[in-house]
Design a protein around this ligand. Sequence first.
Ligand code: ATP
Length: 623
Amino acid sequence: MAIKSSQSRPSLHIRRMIQLSLVSMVGLSAILGDKFTHGFQPSQSHRRKRCHRGQTRIHVVRRPLRPASTEKKLADRKAIIESRQSESLQDPTLLTDLSFSECKDLHPNSKRALVEDLGLLTMTEVQAKTFAAALAGKDILARARTGTGKTLAFLVPVVERILSNPTYLPGKTISCLVIAPTRELAMQIGQEAEKLLLHHSDLSVQVMYGGVTIARDVNMLNKRLPSILVATPGRLLDHLQETKIRGKKFNDDIVATTDIVVLDEVDRLLDTGFRKEVHKILSYLQRKDKRQTMLFSATIPKGLMGAMRESMRDDYVEVDCVQNGTMTTSTNLRVSQSHVILPNMDSFIPSVYSLLKHATTEKPFKVVVFFPTARMVSFFANFFEDGFQHSIIELHSKKSQSSRNTASHRFREAKNAILFTSDLSARGIDYPDVTHVIQIGIPESRDHFIHRLGRTARAGKEGTGLLVLLPFESQFLSELRGLDVPRNSELTEMLQQPFDPASQPWIVQHSYRIQSGGNKLASCAQLAYLSFLGYYLGQANRIRLNKTDIVKLSNDFSKALGLAHVPAISRRLVSKMELNGVPGVFSDVGDNLTESSCADGISSVFDLNGMTLYWLTTHMDVP
Ligand SMILES: Nc1ncnc2c1ncn2[C@@H]1O[C@H](COP(=O)(O)OP(=O)(O)OP(=O)(O)O)[C@@H](O)[C@H]1O
C-alpha cells in the first residue's frame, strides 16, 4: 500500500523523535515476545517480587455445575449428552466402546460426574488405552492427537488411585502433582479436575501459577492441602524453594508423600525453555521408583525420549494413539488444511484483512489467528480492533493476567469471535467450536504447527487450518512433509487481486496514523518491527537467510506496517542481537534508556530519566 509522506508538517519532527526514542527504550526481553524470552526467565527472587504485585486472584472455585431448577437441569444434561453423541457419530474413530457407566473400576461418584455432569458416554482411545495401566500404578508415556481427551486420560485414573490409597489423608497431603506449561492450561486442567471431583467431597484441587500473589497460594495451602495440585513450573519451583506451610517446608515435608506426577505437554516441559526448572522440580519430589510418573502430549520428539525415560521407571508403558506411527496422523484427522503464500511483504495488512474477512463470512465462526510474537499480536489486534467489522480478542504474554483471563473467557463463551494470539494458546487449550486456525508466519517448529492447528477440530468436530507464509518463508513447507497442507488456490487467487484502499478507508487511516507517529498504534508497530527482527534472527538457519537478509526483510516489514522510517534500536540491543555492522540496522546510543511497552504510550518517554532524544532522520532512509 503506497502511503504519502506528511513530513512537511513541523510537529512531525518532534513526534518522530519521540517515536524513535520509544523503540530504543525497550529492552530485549520486553520486545522479542513470548518466543525469544523463554530462555531468559527472571530469577526466582525477581519473579517472586513481581508476583507480590500480582493483580488477579484466580483459583478453582467449587461452583454448582448443575442449574437449580430440575427441569432446566434435565434439559441441559440432555443437550450435553446429545451433543456428545453427535460428536461420536461424526468421528467414530474417536470413541471406543468402553463405557464409563459400566466400568467396574470407577468409583460411582466419578461415574456420576463423567456421565451425568460431563455427559460423556464412552472413553476415547487414549483414555481406554491408558486406564488399566495407570490404575495399576504403572508409569505412562502417552501420545495422542490434539483434542482427543488426554486430560481425562490422566485425571480419571489419578482420582481412582487417590481414592484407593490407604495412606492418603484428605486435606493433609498432596497426592498428585500435575505440571502444565502455561497458566491458561493449568487453569483449564484445574477446572476439569474440579468437575470430576464434584461428588467426591473429600478430594480437592488447587491451581497455582505466576501473575498472582504467592500469598494467595499460601493462604489456600494453609487452609487445606489439595489432593491434586496443578501448577506451572516457575510458580511451583518458587514454592518448592521458599514456601513453608504450617511450619513445614514445601519441598521436604509437603511433597514427601506426593506419589503421582503428571507432566502434561511433556515435550514442551522438557524442551530448552523449561527443562532446567522441571528437572529441579523433579529433584525435590520422591525418587522415580517411589512415585508414579505420567507423561502426555500430542507430539513426542525422538530427541526428548532420553530425557523422558530418565524421569520414569524402566517398565513404563508406552501408549501411542497416533496410529501406525506415521507422520500424517499426528495432526487431527478432521481438519481441512491448506497454505497460502502472500504475494509480497507490502500486501501484509490487506492480505490479513482479506483472509480474516473470508474466514468470518459464514456464521458461526470462531477464528484463532496465531502470530509469531506477542508484539505482532498486539500490533495486529490494535490495528484490526478499530475498523474491522468484528471485534478482536487479544491474548498473549505481554498482557496482565487479568486481561488474559478476560480474553480467554470471552473467547470461550462467544458464539462468533476472533482471537489474535501467540503460542501462549498453542497447546492444550480447549476452546469450544473453533472453526478456523490461521497461522501467520512460520511457527517455531513442525510440532508447534501441529499443536496450534489442534485448537480446531476437537472432540470429533470439524475445522479449517490455514498457514499463511511470506515468500521468504516458503522453505518451511518442506518441514511439513507428510502432513498434507496443500496450496489453497482459491485464496491465492483472492490475494493476487489488488487491494482497493477506497473499499476499506480505515486501513488507510490507520496507516497514516502509524506513519505520522506519536500514538499507540505507531508504538505498537515499532515494537512489532523489533519482535519480527528478533524472531526471524532466531529462525535464520531454518529459513536459510543471513542476518543482512533478515534485517532487510524486517525493514520491509516496518514499511508494510506503515512506519515512515525504520525504527532505531539502542546500541545495547543491537549488540545483544549481534547485529553490529550489519547493513540496514539503525541504532542510537540509548544505553541510558529503560524498558517501556506499547501500552505505556508515548507519555512514558518524558517520564524517563531526562534522556536525550536523538534525531535520526538523516540515517533513516531505508534502501
Ligand atoms: N470420553 C470423551 N467423550 C467425548 N468427549 C470427550 C471425552 N473425553 C474428553 N472429551 C472432550 O474432548 C475435548 C478435548 O479434550 P482434551 O482437552 O483433554 O484434549 P487433549 O487431547 O488434551 O488435547 P491437546 O493435545 O490439545 O491438549 C474436551 O472438550 C473434552 O471435554
